[in-house]
Design a protein around this ligand. Structure first.
Ligand SMILES: Nc1ncnc2c1ncn2[C@@H]1O[C@H](COP(=O)(O)OP(=O)(O)OP(=O)(O)O)[C@@H](O)[C@H]1O
Ligand SMILES: [Mg+2]
Length: 272
């Protein structure tokens, strides 16, 4: 398991599009999922290799299968067909490694609160992993400091703002030493200061060497942070590659808007 704020591995340079040279962490192999009574599969023959240290955006319209794919990658849901290898190992040889090493930040930040105070909440994950009290304390202290939550450590998490709640979830993941963070719609219900805080949270996780997977339909906020963009539409991967190149090839039918296209005037938004 990695330590809090481990040194960057396999990286050359900072910023958007930087090369990632880490090994393959998750290998999604031919994953499909069909729910009973559904006319079409919710996920269909998805293949995706996610490398260590990568900052990956998975974009798609509502119902395209993003959350479902996240739950399957994180080991919360069995695929109907196919499998997810972790560090090259098939599910029966992973020994729960995916659950230990993958932290999730859900769309609904409130659903993740488990502690009465901020510090108790951040300590929950490390305590579940069986760490000693001294180690938990050290990790929680570092993680709360990393996300600027030291002054709130005795506050009830429910009183935090939306952006702070996501920072708290990120601090808990950092304290656990997870190698991967998956964020589902990290900007849902946030005002602009909350968006900025969340972007800083993502940058902090990325710069701490984490593999970061962001599921969103709001590309404009995260594009600058990501080195790769995957488009999901009706359960199928439609494109996968360097963000600018994927946007150049975007099909309007996929329901993802190219954030580089600005509305020139307010009247252009009149259809809203
Ligand atoms: N437990 C379930 N039972 C039946 N259908 C489901 C279940 N979970 C997901 N689905 C279906 O799978 C499809 C993909 O859902 P998913 O939640 O992954 O979409 P999404 O891309 O995350 O959408 P959003 O942007 O709205 O969050 C949807 O059609 C949804 O109705
Ligand atoms: Mg979703």
């Amino acid at each position: 398991m990695c330590n809090i704020l481990p040194p960057r591995r396999g990286r050359k340079g900072k910023g958007r599009g930087r090369p990632v040279t880490g090994g393959v962490l998750f290998s999604v192999r031919n994953v499909s999922k069909t729910f009973p009574g559904a006319a079409a599969p919710a996920l269909s023959h998805v293949n995706l290799d996610i490398r260590e240290g990568e900052c990956l955006l998975i974009a798609g319209s509502n119902g395209s299968g993003k959350t479902l794919l996240m739950r399957i990658i994180a080991g919360l849901l069995e695929p109907g067909e196919g499998e997810v290898l972790f560090r090259g190992l098939p599910p029966d040889r992973q020994g729960g490694a995916i659950r230990r090493e993958t932290g999730l930040i859900f769309q609904d930040a409130d659903a993740q609160i488990v502690g009465e105070t901020v510090e108790e909440d951040a300590a929950f994950g490390p305590a579940n992993l069986g760490m000693s009290k001294a180690e938990i304390r050290e990790r929680v202290d570092s993680a709360l400091a990393a996300f600027g939550l030291e002054e709130k450590r005795l506050s009830p998490p429910r009183r935090l703002s939306g952006g702070e709640k996501r920072r708290l979830a990120a601090a808990g993941i950092l304290a656990m030493g997870c190698s991967t963070v998956i964020m589902d719609e990290p900007f849902a219900n946030l005002d602009w200061p909350g968006v900025v805080q969340t972007l800083e949270t993502i940058r902090g996780l990325r710069d701490a060497g984490k593999t970061v997977i962001i599921l969103t339909h709001e590309l404009e906020k995260t594009l600058a942070l990501a080195g790769r963009l995957v488009i999901l539409h009706r359960g199928l991967i439609r494109d996968d590659g360097e963000p600018a190149a994927v946007l150049d090839r975007l099909d309007a039918a996929w329901g993802v808007r190219d954030p580089r296209r600005n509305y020139a005037e307010v009247k252009d938004c009149s259809w809203l």
